[in-house]
Design a protein around this ligand. Structure first.
Ligand SMILES: CC(C)(COP(=O)(O)OP(=O)(O)OC[C@H]1O[C@@H](n2cnc3c(N)ncnc32)[C@H](O)[C@@H]1OP(=O)(O)O)[C@@H](O)C(=O)NCCC(=O)NCCS
Length: 166
């Protein structure tokens, strides 16, 4: 775990393109094997290949994140649905944790949702996952519905943050 906090100027959240798919895949393959709080089968599913990422992009998913010193160190994907802007698959390189990267992505998640007329931001969070639950609280998300089993043995809670009331 590092002990520095990046400033907002240092963190710029951008949208990635198909040319970045291999590098995003590398980040998933770095982050998910270490995320042992999730079941192994789920972690394997999260390690998308570049082809899966490109396929996603061609099917309406936007991949957003940040590059630091030329390297992609944080990413998440978002989809506009009839319910709002759905975010998932957030991953930050272990080297850069706790420096505000995920927070910067949550700020941009709201801005993008508002700019595209979305009613809410929403996402699934692993029940008991402290960093994510802390982010939910910090960004004013509320539980939406009851926890459910998204994958065998894995309970998640969906959270929402209305965007039209702000
Ligand atoms: C969850 C994750 C994306 C957070 O990324 P990050 O860039 O480190 O997040 P931030 O630095 O913006 O903020 C993390 C917050 O959690 C807190 N936190 C971190 N580890 C914690 C822990 N073990 N217990 C409690 N709080 C913790 C931090 O202090 C910070 O809170 P603060 O801003 O109030 O100080 C990252 O840990 C990750 O990639 N994990 C593996 C994959 C994953 O679980 N993704 C979420 C899937 S939806």
């Amino acid at each position: 775990m590092n002990d520095f906090v990046l400033s907002h100027e240092e963190i710029r959240i951008i949208e990635f393109s198909e040319e970045d798919a291999e590098e995003i895949s590398q980040l998933f393959r770095e982050v998910w094997p270490q995320a042992t709080e999730y079941p192994e089968g789920w972690r394997k599913k999260r390690m998308y290949s570049a082809e899966q990422i490109i396929d996603d992009m061609r099917n309406g998913y936007h991949y957003f994140g940040s590059r630091l010193q030329g390297r992609i160190v944080g990413v998440y994907k978002a989809l506009i649905t009839d319910k709002g802007l759905f975010g998932e698959h957030q991953a930050v390189s272990a080297e850069y944790r706790n420096s505000g990267l995920a927070s910067a992505m949550y700020v941009q998640f709201a801005e993008y949702g508002k700019a595209h007329g979305c009613k809410r931001n929403y996402c699934n969070i692993l029940v008991g996952h402290k960093p994510s639950e802390r982010l939910m609280k910090h960004f004013g998300f509320c539980p939406w519905g009851e926890p459910y089993e998204q994958y065998p043995g894995m309970q998640v809670q969906m959270y929402e943050r209305p965007l039209d009331e702000e």
